[in-house]
Write a protein that binds this ligand. Structure first.
Ligand code: TEU
Ligand code: CA
Length: 556
């Protein structure tokens, strides 16, 4: 089998910033671009290479910027275009690349295109969106919105319905229209010509719609994303975009698409097909999830998902991520956020994320082990997804307390609470009395400032691993092999490159455990561990691992 082709976006590590919650510079309780600028040195110290910025465009914020009103304007609360240019220049000075969020499956209903489109059936922009007439008094089809109710909204002006997979303030764009596609490509060029290094593409597999808009079956209705992410022209659109725009720049792209299968992920990212460089596969981050419910999962199930995403030829490259702004905090889901285990398990997850095969994506706050928030009532949520679905879920017979308990495991708002910078007022996030979403009260002991000073902190563990990764190409390009797929407590795997083999052993449980190793690993040397009290002698045939203990060895 051929070796993977070497390219910068396979080697570098991405750090996601959710601007609303990162750092507020002007004291209005909302994060902003000057806030980001003030923290560039922090990112340099940590040692990440690329920043992915969640939407920073003009928006009425029905979905925190994932509803764009003007693609060429900066959101007022975040600053101005001058602030953006300053931020980009400063990132570049420090050698950090910047990728931005391209949200073009839908726009805001306040976008001028939609206002025109809605005004009459004859308007030249009518066809930029998807309009259909109803079936008598009913919607054109039974398609549901991810954020509650029907995906069709009737407009009184022209008595037709428009399609919206997300909230009704996020009408879907009509990619069948070539003029619309040209508009999108122009927007892409506008930002690329400023010097951004690529795009994270929001729900990109959803842009091609099944044109028959046929009713879904009862089974399909439970997971509409599988229908929405299987439109017939997706590859054609991506290739056109690549050919027309992306191929002209040295940039990276990463697609986002919840509901996308392994097969589609691999097709979209096959280097020979020239569509996307990377695409998030959600199977790992969503393990055990069924819509808003977070069920149990076993370690062998989780490990199999890592094997599956690596079970391919070398023509496509996976991503590795355990949290983002749509999912709970990784230490609370995959680790253990109790007093005793939080630091250890957060470091274990750091080792996992930075030694798996694939481009790692870190999410703000994971580097200090930020945890889920404890929501005491529904009023504490901000998320449009919950506000939209609340009534429907309760009407279906689910008790309010049951729903609240599930959301305390699964809500998107867990990862949207403000970044915890210090133990001062509002965690150093803002000087305002309150931030836009409540800060987790554990900022008094979980914060960046204290961890930057502590050599044994989670922050400094990430920093160390990032250095090790940078120095060891075999950790990037080496083959992946799970050496104990059925083990219920330990995740143990190797990365075998040209010069060396790395052995990573992770006790993903709160109980101590022993792991029998193959004799071939005798002679391997310990290079990193998340605990200071472990056995330091030569590797033995049976490893004794303490609760949430994580180690990495390297062949001699
Ligand atoms: O996410 C799409 C998506 O799949 C999630 O919103 C998903 O429906 C939800 O997490 C299920 O719990 C992208 C953005 O990342 C998200 O923030 C936006 O709300 C959404 O698209 C619409 O733009
Ligand atoms: Ca602000």
């Amino acid at each position: 089998m051929s070796r993977p082709k070497k390219v910068w976006w396979k080697e570098q590590v991405v750090y996601q910033i959710y601007p609303r919650s990162f750092k507020d510079a002007n004291g209005d309780g909302i994060g902003d671009l000057q806030g980001i600028i003030s923290k560039i040195d922090y990112l340099v110290e940590l040692g990440i290479d690329i920043v992915w910025l969640s939407p920073h465009f003009d928006s009425p914020n029905a979905d925190n910027g994932y509803d764009i009103r003007d693609y060429k304007k900066v959101m007022e609360a975040f600053g101005t275009m001058n602030d953006f240019d300053e931020m980009l220049a400063k990132f570049k000075q420090k050698g950090i690349k910047l990728i931005i969020d391209l949200v073009v499956n839908h726009s805001s209903d306040e976008h001028v295109w939609f206002k025109e489109s809605k005004s009459s059936k004859e308007n030249p922009y009518r066809d930029y969106y998807i309009w259909r007439s109803g079936r008598g008094t009913k919607e054109p089809s039974n398609w549901p919105s991810f954020f509650g109710g029907s995906a069709w909204e009737k407009d009184s002006e022209t008595e037709e319905y428009y399609l919206h997979y997300f909230s009704k303030k996020q009408p879907d764009l009509n990619w069948e229209n070539s003029q619309l596609r040209e508009e999108v490509y122009a927007i892409m060029r506008f930002w690329l010509d400023k010097g951004v290094d690529g795009f994270r593409m929001d729900v990109i597999p959803l842009i091609s719609k099944h044109q028959d808009f046929q009713d879904m079956s009862a089974t399909e209705l439970k997971h509409p994303e599988t229908i929405y992410a299987s439109g017939p022209r997706i590859h054609e659109f991506l290739r056109e975009m690549n050919d027309t725009v992306l191929s002209k720049y040295d940039v990276m792209t990463v697609g986002e698409g919840f509901g996308v299968t392994t097969a589609l992920t691999q097709r979209m990212t096959d280097e020979r097909r020239k569509e996307l460089n990377l695409s998030f596969l959600f199977d790992i981050i969503r393990v055990g999830r069924d819509n808003w419910q977070q069920g149990d999962f076993t370690l062998p199930e989780l490990k199999e998902l890592f094997t599956t995403q690596n079970d391919t030829d070398n023509f496509h490259w996976p991503t590795v991520f355990l949290n983002n702004h749509d999912n709970p905090r990784s230490v609370s889901k995959f680790g253990c956020d109790s007093e005793e285990n939080r630091v250890r398990s957060a470091k274990l997850l750091a080792l996992l994320t930075l030694t798996q095969r694939g481009t790692p994506f870190l999410y703000q706050g994971e580097e200090i082990g930020m945890t889920n928030y404890c929501f005491k009532s529904f009023d504490e949520f901000d998320d449009v997804e919950i506000r939209g679905n609340y009534r429907q879920i309760l009407q279906s017979g689910v008790g309010a307390l049951t729903y609240l308990a599930e959301l305390n495991k699964s809500s998107r708002d867990h990862s949207r609470t403000p970044m915890q910078w210090s133990n001062s007022h509002q965690g150093g996030f803002t000087t305002a009395e309150k931030s836009w979403l409540a800060i987790n009260e554990n900022y008094t002991h979980i914060n960046a400032e204290s961890q930057q000073k502590d050599p044994d902190s989670i922050f400094n563990f990430y920093k160390k691993l990032l250095e090790i990764r940078r120095r060891n190409e075999d950790l990037v390009y080496g083959d992946y092999f799970d050496i104990a797929p059925d083990h219920e407590q330990v995740f143990a795997y190797t990365r075998t490159g040209v010069d060396k083999t790395f052995l990573i052993v992770l006790n993903m449980s709160s109980k101590k455990v022993s792991l029998k190793l193959d004799a071939m690993f005798l002679g391997y040397k310990l290079i990193v561990s998340n605990s200071t009290d472990h056995y330091k002698g030569p590797i033995k045939e049976t490893l004794e691992l303490a609760h949430w203990e994580a180690r990495m060895y390297v062949s001699a």
